[in-house]
Design a protein around this ligand. Structure first.
Ligand SMILES: Nc1ncnc2c1ncn2[C@@H]1O[C@H](COP(=O)(O)OP(=O)(O)OP(=O)(O)O)[C@@H](O)[C@H]1O
Length: 316
């Protein structure tokens, strides 16, 4: 797959000595929606800002469409649209002028047909002659997107597009992002909503403490997540798992009243029926049983915890 954006060994240490990015390598491909998932302060905005040339990296290389962001800034930047997290639009300006002006900033000639197309696709055409301050919060966010699309970028960065947005608007935003992708725009969005990454992304990158802990196809990730757990509640506490059940790799809880069996929900045979037979043969009686499927949230939390543990070990 062709990489439209290539990031290698990216580091950022701010003036106060804080290391916000600690060596990030990432390729972003044609036609994809990549979600960068990470907790507050993980480095998501810093990463986006360096790619957009708003923050100067301390080390590493970034190229966009084959143009180096440092030595060929204009060419690289013209391929990118950025929708910032905070609403930054001139309150007294008319919507249409705001968007036209953004296009002009990129040195593109006036193109009313394109501006109309963008405003219509964002359901802002009716409001084009309103001043920005007369718009609702959701509409203001859409003006930010219109600005970012005004110069026909190939890649659109959306920094937490749905932070603080209600459920309906969030769904609308997801629909819009899908539409943009269908129009051929490559999308990179940051979010701390796991649901958003799960809903939208083709690939998911997990970032924490300035490190990219994982980048994976969402489907693959969800497949790996297809691990299910069968939780067996015992009628009597058990001292240890009987040897006859060794092959099932059961985990006994600290209260000795629960056994956990992990299996692949996608597998043809889960081994559950055999396990139940073996349990009864071993003379164990069960009070209850339930199953539980690991979610993206479990994986995310585990990755972040493991990542932090590794970083701490490294620091010792
Ligand atoms: N100009 C700056 N000077 C010093 N530290 C900074 C600066 N900008 C950001 N940081 C620090 O870098 C870290 C990463 O910040 P960043 O905004 O990239 O995180 P984020 O993942 O986007 O977080 P959020 O989800 O809260 O927006 C934070 O600890 C932040 O305080």
């Amino acid at each position: 797959m062709t990489a439209i954006i290539s990031i290698k060994g990216l580091e950022k240490t701010y003036a106060d000595g804080f290391e916000a990015l600690k060596g990030v390598d990432l390729d972003i491909h044609e036609g994809e929606i990549l979600a960068l998932l990470g907790p507050n302060g993980a480095g998501k905005t810093t990463l986006i800002s360096t790619v957009c040339g708003l923050v100067t990296p301390s080390a590493g290389q970034i190229s966009v469409g084959g143009h180096d962001i440092a030595s060929e800034f204009r060419a690289a930047r013209s391929l990118i649209g950025l929708v910032p997290q905070e609403i930054t639009i001139e309150p007294f300006e008319k919507v249409i002028n705001t968007v036209r002006f953004s296009r002009g900033l990129f040195g593109k000639r006036r193109d009313d047909a394109h501006i109309e197309k963008v405003l219509r696709s964002l359901s802002l055409w009716e409001k084009r002659n309103n001043r920005n301050q007369e718009l609702s919060g959701g509409m203001k966010r859409r003006v930010l997107i219109a600005k970012a699309l005004s110069h026909e970028p190939r890649v659109l960065f959306l920094d937490e597009p749905t932070a603080g947005v209600d459920v309906t608007l969030r769904r609308e935003m997801w629909e819009l992002v899908r539409q943009l992708r269908a129009d051929g725009v490559i999308i990179i969005l940051t979010t701390h909503y796991i649901e958003e990454a799960e809903e939208m992304a083709d690939r998911i990158g997990v970032i924490d403490h300035g490190r990219l802990l994982l980048v994976e196809e969402k489907q693959k990730l969800l497949h790996q997540l297809g691990r299910k757990e069968l939780l067996l509640e015992l009628a009597e506490p058990l001292d240890e798992v009987p040897g006859s059940l060794a092959e099932y790799d059961l985990e006994l809880s600290d209260d000795r009243l629960h056994l956990t069996y992990e299996f692949d929900a996608h597998a043809e045979r889960t081994g559950m029926t055999r396990l139940m037979g073996a349990i009864s043969e071993a003379g164990l009686s069960l009070k209850d049983l339930s199953t539980r499927q690991s979610s993206l949230e479990d994986v995310f939390l585990k990755l972040v915890q493991d990542g932090r543990a590794t970083a701490e070990e490294g620091a010792e």
